[in-house]
Ligand binder design. Sequence first.
Ligand code: SAM
Length: 287
Amino acid sequence: MEKLSNPQQTIQVLQKHDFKFKKKFGQNFLIDPHVLDKIVDAAQITKDDFVLEIGPGIGTLTQYLCEHARQVLAVEIDKNLIPILQETLSAYDNVDVLQGDILKQDIQAIADKYNAGKPIKVVANLPYYITTPIIMELFESHVPLANVTVMVQKEVADRMKAEPGSKDCGALSLAVQYYAEPYIAAFVPPNCFMPRPNVGSAVIRLDCLAKTPVEVKDEKLMFRLIRASFNQRRKTLQNGIANSSELSYSKAQVAEAIEKAGFDANVRGEKLGLMEFARLADVLLEM
Ligand code: SAM
């Protein structure tokens, strides 16, 4: 079978199966062989690797992954795509397809089964409606990861790389930079997808760090503080934390912690970096 990266082949497969794109699943399929090469190169896949692919669609990227990796597992939520994948991937004996929601999978069990618990590589042209939950789930579940190479909205890739204190920096930036080093491998225009998305995209590789850049006693508390601060960017750090539904500190307690951590009483959370949030979390934990 000819590779799906040829747009004619993609159209033929979609027509044969009378496939209807579902917006709610963020379905924008890749139709550009150069972009597929770039993703596989960026992910640094070797014949020793097990790759978890999130959202294979009709299997366009999956075919490339099968050719480069030892073993691939592709998790696809859309039941209608399963018979198509069985056909488009029939030439490969190193791929399993699992129908389901990636956010409901036990990724640790997947790493144990397919890679003897060793760090896995994750590759995806992500459904944009759940980019952040997927990335956060991968990191926060502490599954052993070597790297995560994903197509995301260009703006999201910029945010992941944003310097602390800059206007693009948000909760996602700090979370990504706590767990990984981000590297943007390519910018990808809308005409490389079918149907075309309304936004530009980028391929970003997150190289997972062996050691986190800051030490904090309670990681979950630190991320609650980060979310509280960036959810209410215009508010002071004190008000952001005191108003958070995820946290239950009084205004007085927060004010005391901010002072003990050595910050200005009126500081805004968006000005702080990981080190400062870690310090504040440690102070609050001690209190
Ligand atoms: N990998 C294919 C490609 O590059 O052509 C398709 C990418 S498309 C942007 C995203 C894919 O993720 C779709 O096939 C969609 O059905 C699937 N998807 C959406 N939400 C998902 C979820 N929660 N779990 C697993 N797959 C999901």
